[in-house]
Design a protein around this ligand. Sequence first.
Ligand SMILES: [Zn+2]
Length: 377
Amino acid sequence: MTQPHQFKNSIWIRLLMILFFIIIVGICYTVFNFNWTKTNQTSTRTSTLHDNQSNSELIPYTGKVEHIFFHPVIAYPNRAFIGDYQEQAMNDWFVTVKEFNKVIQSIYEKQFILINIQEQFEQRKVNGKLQIVQKPLMLPRNKKPLVISIDDTNYYPYMIKYGIVEKLILDPFGNIAALSTNNGEGTISYDNDIVPLLDAFVSKHPDFSHQGAKATLALTGFEGILGYRTNHNNPGHIIEEEAVKPVIKRLKETGWNFASHSYGHPNHLNLSLEQIERDSTKWHAEVGSLIGDTPIYIYPYGLAYAYRDPRLQSLQKMGYQVFCSVGSYSYEEPHSDAMLIDRRCVDGKTLRNKRNDFLDLYDAQYILDLQARPAIK
Ligand SMILES: [Zn+2]
């Protein structure tokens, strides 16, 4: 008797358990699904709101565009300032990591926003003729556009010796990092070179970058690029070329662009027409073949050709349209077939001697790293 009763009971218990299980699963599914949908809807809504907000806040900008440039930064000041023949050059033409970080922070606080120099201009047909024209610039309200370039992002052997990182590399996650060796120890860092530093700054402050723009890397070719000895007179250049390609790809994906800084970094004013053509052809064969075409030419030493100089025209024939030099203030000289630009130099020399000229960007008094730099004799 007890058995059928128990059997009957156990069926009921099982049915109840199954029912209970179905209800629990149902509740879980509903709650989870609701939360998931809600999260997704919220994030979609947030991003739409954000897009709409940022779009609605974009207004035409017609003022001046600031142009500044750096050289690669000194990661190890104790190697740069050792009292030898190179010390003065390191003291004059470079800034330390600490100084770079302070400059960027100040520029950001002064409401500047990074823009891509290639977004500034475009070639358009005017009266049937191709002309370089300024593109309308739409920026968030109260933001001022800034173009940064970094000359000689080649990590020349002398730079490495004097405390600059060795090369840019990809970390295991595909992000750009800097490789350096100090006291015999190899280090992969994100905090001792401009590229990863600016990447991190923009990722922390997205409003410092318009459409993800970072900066222009100006490259020569005679000692390779980005720390890779891709120069064809290096017997191992093919391996180096393969190694640098993914780095270039990643840089392009993350808002960086490239300029020619000539192949051999000569004083351009001393070059004949043939010499400038030879230099440029070599650059295209060894550097352009890796980074692609660029319309930007950045003169070495800031020594520029005047408009209509036949040597400028030969560079134009090579595909260059934007020519950057150095000046005491940012300057743009538009021509129908060329844009001539002066950039302001952020280095030890201007930090020490040109404080007033840069107060719109930063106060050198609070930037200059007097602990790391040697005393001026
Ligand atoms: Zn240079």
